[in-house]
Design a protein around this ligand. Sequence first.
Ligand code: PLP
Length: 439
Amino acid sequence: MKNTPIPYDVVKQKIEESGLQKVGKASIREIVKLVSDIEAATGLKYVRMEMGVPGLEPSKIGIEAEIKALNSGVAQFYPIIDGIPPLKKEISRFVKNFINIDVDEKSCIPTVGSMQGGMAAFLVANRCNAKKDTVLFIDPGFPVQKQQLKVLGMKHETFDVYKFRGEKLEEKLESYLKKGNISTILYSNPNNPSWICFSEQELEIIGRLANKYDVIVIEDLAYFAMDFRKDLSVPGKPPYQVTVANYTDNWIMLISSSKAFSYAGQRIGSMVISDKLYRRKYPDLKNFFASDEFGRAMVYGAIYALSSGTTHSAQYGLAAMLKAANDGDFNFVEAVKVYGERAHIMKKLFTENGFKIVYDMDEDEPLADGFYFTISYPGLSGEDLIEELIYHGISAISLGITGSERTEGLRACVSQTHESQFADLEYRLKKFSENNPIK
Ligand SMILES: Cc1ncc(COP(=O)(O)O)c(C=O)c1O
C-alpha cells in the first residue's frame, strides 16, 4: 500500500464502489461525484481542477439590476424574443468598445448561455445549404458542443490544431473545406481546454478560407478578454479582443457571461451575428423555417423554438453590467485577472515537480496564464495520471475527451483552487513525484 496524501485504502474502495472501469475514462461529472464521495469519507479537501465553474463572486451591479427589474414586475411578462432594447444596445456598444467591430443592435441577441447560443447556431448555420451539412471543430474543444450535434442528429468533423499552428493551419483547414460538405467552423478563443489563443495570422487564414468556401465561423468567446498577456480592459482603446470578424463577414460570436462576468448561474449570454450574415437569404432555410433570412430564422425559428427568449430579469442584469463596462465604470477584466495569477503559480508548482505543460506555446510566444492549463507526466498515460493524482488529492480531466490527440495530457482548471490551498498542492505534488520517480 502506497503512502499517499489521501488514505490509499479509502480512495481504492471509493473507486471500486463507483463502478467505473477506469477512472481516467470518466466524464467530468463522474469525476466530480467520485471526488466528492472521497472528500465526504475522509474529511480531506481536494485540489479540485476538474470542472470549469467560475470561482468568483459576480459584480453587485448585475444582481442589483436584476432585483430592481423583478421588483418592477418583469417576471410576469414574456421577454421580447430578440432581447430587451437596453440590452441589445449595450451588447452592440460592448462589441464596438472591446472588439472594435460595428454591429447593429438588431444583430445582438441574448441567449440562455452560450450553450443555447451554440445549439441555435447549429440549427440555422448547418441548414443554409443542403449540400453543407457538417460542422468542423478546430479542436481541442468543449465536449458538450459535440453532444449537442449528436442530439440534433447532425454531423461533425474535427482536427487537433496542436500540429497546425501558424501558416500550417491553412493547408489543414483547406483539406476539410475543399470537400464541400462543411457549413460551419467552430473554435473557442481563448481555447477551452488548452488555453491557446489564435494569432492574427491564424484568424486571417480562417476568415479568408471562410470567404473562399462560403462557410460560417462560430467564434466562441466563452473566455472573453481573458488573454491576460494584453490589457483588453479599456473600452474604445486598443488592444482589442482578437476576432475573425476582421477578416470575414461570415461570423457569429458567442459571448458568454459565465466566466468573464462570473454570471454562470443566471444562464445568459450574447449571440452576435454580423450584419451582412443577419440579412443574407439562404433559400434552403425555408425547408426548416418560415423565413429564408438568416437573422429571422435564428430569432423567430431557432431561438423561439428552443426557449422563447432569455429570462427577463437576467437581461436587465447583463445590460447593467455591460453598460457599466462600456462607460468605463466597471473593469470586468480586472475582476477575473486572479485566474491568470493562480495559473502562473500552479503551473510553476506542477513543472517543478516533473510535470510538463502539454499545449505550451502560441506559435513563438509562451501561452498566456488563464482559466485552464494542460499537464502531462513522463511515463504515465493520461488515464493513469488521473487515477494517480486522485490518490494524491488532486483532480482533473483527460484531454482525450476534448478532441485532443495528446491523450497523455490532462486539463486542469484553476477556478476552484483558492490561494490558501497552494501549500497543500505543493506538498501533494512533491509526494506524487516521490511516488512516481521519472525513469
Ligand atoms: C468553450 C465554451 N463554450 C461555451 C461554454 C458555455 O457557456 P455558457 O455558460 O454561457 O453556456 C463554455 C463553458 O464552460 C465553454 O467553455
